[in-house]
Structures are given as C-alpha cells and as structure tokens.
Design a protein around this ligand. Structure first.
Ligand code: HEM
Length: 65
C-alpha cells in the first residue's frame, strides 16, 4: 500500500482519493487494480468494521504517500 495516497485519486476517472479509498474497503471488487485477481481482498469490512473504523482507515491510508 506504499504510495496509495498518491495514486488513489487517479485510479478511477472522476473519483476522488477519499471516494476510491472508501470504496476499496467497502466494495473491494468495484475496482480491482489491473493484473490483480478479484476476490482477494476481504469482502466483509462493511459488516465487520464500524463507520468510524472505516473513516479512520481511510485517514491512515491517506498518509501513505
Ligand atoms: C485492513 C486491511 C486492508 C486494507 C486497509 C486494504 C486496502 C486496500 C486498498 C486501499 C487497495 C487499493 C490499492 C491501490 O489502488 O493501489 C487494496 C488492494 C488490494 N488488496 Fe487490500 N486491504 C486490506 C486487506 C487485504 C488483505 C487481507 C488482502 C489479501 C490477503 C488484500 C489484498 C489486496 C489485493 C490483491 C489488492 C489489489 C487488487 C484489488 O484492487 O482488489 N488486502 N487494498
């Protein structure tokens, strides 16, 4: 995940880094990084983490420049 903060805003056209990072946790298959298989990321963070925990993870990921 090193550098994810720098590339998150350009993975999906028109979608912000915040949006992309949130989506990557809540719905990992919505966009899968090219050359990676789908269904590797855990698919249940939306159930197992609270909204606060998701927000905290996104804030942390944004520090990985
Ligand atoms: C709290 C734990 C995790 C966080 C915060 C997280 C976060 C992320 C994020 C932000 C991306 C997008 C990276 C990018 O666009 O450059 C990603 C992709 C990926 N993650 Fe995770 N992840 C977690 C756990 C895992 C686990 C446990 C696995 C596998 C055992 C995994 C496998 C992958 C793979 C293969 C990708 C690339 C394919 C894709 O886009 O889905 N992740 N992850």
């Amino acid at each position: 995940l090193k550098g994810v903060a720098s590339r998150a805003g350009s993975r999906e056209p028109g979608k912000s880094a915040d949006y992309y990072l949130h989506e990557s946790l809540m719905a990992p298959n919505a966009f899968v990084v090219p050359n990676f298989p789908a269904n590797v990321m855990p698919q249940n963070f939306a159930q197992t983490l609270s909204a606060q925990q998701i927000d905290d993870l996104v804030a942390y990921l944004k520090t990985l420049k």
